[in-house]
Design a protein around this ligand. Structure first.
Ligand code: AMP
Length: 425
């Protein structure tokens, strides 16, 4: 029987993998420029970490986790998100004693047993940032700024919308939830089953409901943003005013509450303008370090879906300049050809030329076909004749110009390739 990939997973190769690499390179570069360091944590953790860190009443923990008992009888879960893992690592490695704030980034695969739809997979990747130990609103702004820089650099900034909200601190939220529940109570019978459950377990999430009958009831509901304590209100004003000064566009969406339990104060989401798709989201989570057993420490972060960025770039035919390397294929007929080609390739690679050398017993004709199919810009021939005469024949694949060079004439070879490449452009 044919073995196929699991539902919700995918193989990424050729053109698509280039888009992934392009995004990853930009992320790495932006994080380096902002002095954010990379963190890598395990793919699997104790189930308890997510039960406590993400929240028992969330969809992730309730329905979506890949959980199993390992051979030692431990309950293990494949990470459904990474914030809890990074916080666990922060606590376990005593990072609270280090100079702060600490700023981490990651690109990593996550696992959620979800219903499949466009852009929604069971294995997907997120780019995330987590910043520890700054209770200043400027840390919130910094995470938004970094995600903004990424959108700009990928050419996606005008294709996405940044929506902000504040869900306040525990005190104003508890007061608000009471008020919200009082408002909903008389209408509860007319709400969907999910909302009825959420009413008891996680009332804020009712604001996420897409059902028309619930939306009607929610139309006049009190909103958390209008019920913030003076401190939280000022904090939210500060975030907005800093974004205004940085010319980062946003809109306030008072219904954003985020799915995970641990957020407080500013929360935000990036969504696609044209596709009905969340691209990323984040916010402050000041209570999580303590919930997971560490000393209380403010923190803020975001997660952006890599698969969704790929989808958007593909949708808009971006980036335009992804594959602008100069590529040379060296055709050979025996081992000596391979060895000589490898020696020559060292200098070519130093000059940023991609070199692909024949490793088959195929004819020169079929090697030429391979070079053509692989979009090589140049093909060089190192057959027996050339080897015996210390020569190499190089051909420009686009205009069919070809020249025989002495193998020692490196300047001539490089000039032919560079000039040929410019005339091809
Ligand atoms: P979350 O961790 O649920 O807040 O999600 C943050 C971002 O990760 C979302 O905005 C999506 O871009 C992405 N994401 C979440 N779940 C999935 C999934 N199942 N498949 C692909 N991307 C996802």
């Amino acid at each position: 029987m044919k073995i196929t990939k699991q539902k919700g997973t995918k193989d990424i190769f050729f053109d698509e993998v280039k888009i992934w690499e392009y995004i990853e390179e930009n992320i790495r570069q932006i994080c380096k420029e902002n002095n954010v360091s990379e963190i890598r944590t395990p793919v699997f953790e104790a189930t308890e970490l997510y039960a406590r860190g993400v929240g028992n009443d969330t969809d992730i923990v309730n329905k979506e986790m890949y959980t199993f008992i390992d051979k030692g009888g431990r309950s293990i879960t494949l990470r459904p998100e990474l914030t809890a893992g990074v916080v666990r690592s922060y606590i376990e490695n005593g990072m609270n004693s280090l100079a702060s704030p600490l700023k981490f980034w990651y690109v990593a695969n996550m696992y959620r047993y979800e219903k499949m739809q466009k852009g929604r997979y069971r294995e997907f990747a997120q780019f995330g940032i987590e910043i520890f130990d700054s209770d200043s609103y400027l840390a919130d702004v910094e995470t938004i700024k970094i995600s903004y820089e990424l959108m700009k650099r990928l050419g996606l900034y005008d294709k996405v919308i940044l929506s902000l909200n504040s869900i306040g601190c525990k005190e104003c939220r508890d007061k608000y939830i009471k008020k919200f529940k009082e408002y909903l109570m008389p209408n509860l019978d007319n709400m969907c089953e999910t909302c009825k459950v959420r009413f008891e377990k996680n009332p804020l999430r009712i604001l996420d409901c897409k059902e028309e009958k619930c939306n009607k009831i929610l139309e006049n509901a009190p909103l958390i943003t209008d019920n913030l304590c003076p401190d939280c209100k000022q904090d939210f004003e500060n975030v907005k005013s800093a974004l205004d000064k940085l010319n980062i566009d946003y809109k306030v969406d008072k219904k954003i509450v985020r799915g995970l339990d641990y957020y407080n104060k500013t929360v935000y989401e990036w969504t696609s303008k044209d596709l009905d798709l969340a691209v990323g989201g984040g916010g402050r989570y000041d209570g999580l370090v303590e919930i997971l057993g560490g000393q209380s420490c403010p923190a803020v972060g975001f997660g952006i879906g890599m698969d969704r960025l790929v989808l958007l770039l593909t949708q808009y035919n971006l980036p335009k300049d992804i594959d602008n390397d100069i590529k040379l294929f060296i055709a050979t007929t025996n081992e000596s050809g391979y060895i000589e080609a490898t020696k020559l390739s060292e200098i070519l690679k130093d000059n940023k030329i991609v070199v692909d050398i024949n490793i088959t017993n195929k004819s020169l004709k079929s090697q030429t076909k391979y070079a053509d199919k692989n979009n090589m810009n140049f093909i060089a021939f190192f057959g027996e004749d050339e080897l015996n005469n210390n020569k190499i024949r190089i051909k420009n694949m686009k205009n069919a110009n070809q020249v025989d060079f002495d193998i020692s004439d490196l300047d001539g070879i490089l000039k032919f390739i560079k000039e040929g490449n410019e005339s091809n452009a």
